[in-house]
Design a protein around this ligand. Structure first.
Ligand code: CTP
Ligand code: MG
Length: 225
């Protein structure tokens, strides 16, 4: 069985502090976006990618994969959730759908396999990693209010994997209600749905700050060894 992946890539990468949006920065000779997309389409369970781009994106057209038949472009929106919804609206007949950040080029295929196995059960889920460090609640002025228990706390990663009609409906309604939605699971949770936590690998980082480029390059090289 094969699935579509929606890849939001319409962000500006403000925290990366580079003129070029981070998905177009290069590591190991290729842009993060190319690494991300090529890694996805190499997986036998992926049939196509719906790519949400910034309406004034001048970079994508320059990439060799711009004309690939497995790639469909849509116009992204102001927030990540808007971009993802634009991608989902381009799909009609899929039963399940994956959503994966353009800024995560090092997703191991094995993690994707584990996540896809959820489709055999009734509810979707996300790749996630248990929190490692001691968690402090700050008062907003760099003073500790208290230590929060790290029991049961997870970092949410992507891909996230849900039944298409359920995710589309949850995202539409959450955006309509102006709920702050930072990942697909938060829309599903808000709508009362169930989200499974699927333990993922720490190498599946989201490139966010300049140092992350070095880390991503390290993990990428190791993936292809
Ligand atoms: N994204 C998107 N549309 C937006 C905002 C973000 O498609 N309006 C995408 C980004 O391109 C990225 C993914 O969502 O692939 C995860 O978002 P994030 O890491 O926050 O990227 P940016 O928003 O670009 O970075 P920053 O928050 O530092 O500006
Ligand atoms: Mg952002």
């Amino acid at each position: 069985k094969q699935y579509s992946v929606v890849v939001p890539a319409a962000g500006v990468g403000a925290r990366m502090q580079n003129r070029v949006p981070k998905q177009y920065l290069k590591i190991a000779g290729k842009t993060l976006l190319e690494h991300c997309l090529e890694n996805l389409i190499r997986h036998p369970a992926i049939k196509q990618v719906i790519l949400a781009l910034h309406p004034q994106d001048p970079y994508f057209e320059q990439l060799p994969l711009a004309g690939e038949p497995w790639l469909q472009r849509v116009e992204g929106g102001a927030e990540r959730a808007d971009s993802v919804l634009a991608g989902l609206e381009a799909l009609d007949n899929d039963d399940w759908v994956l959503v994966h950040d353009a800024a995560r080029p090092c997703l191991p295929h094995q993690d994707l396999d584990t996540l896809l196995a959820l489709a055999r059960g009734a509810t979707g889920g996300i790749l996630a990693i248990p929190v490692r460090d001691t968690m402090k609640r700050g008062d907003g002025h760099n003073l500790v209010l208290r230590t929060e228990s790290r029991e049961g706390l997870w970092h949410a990663l992507t891909p996230q994997f849900f039944p298409l009609p359920q995710l589309k409906d949850a995202l539409r309604r959450a955006l309509q209600a102006s709920v702050r939605i930072t990942d697909e699971a938060s829309a599903i949770e808000w709508a009362g749905g169930k989200v499974n936590l699927v333990p993922g690998s720490p190498c599946n980082i989201k490139v966010t700050q300049p140092d992350d480029l070095i880390l991503a390059e390290f993990y990428l090289t190791r993936m292809h060894d």
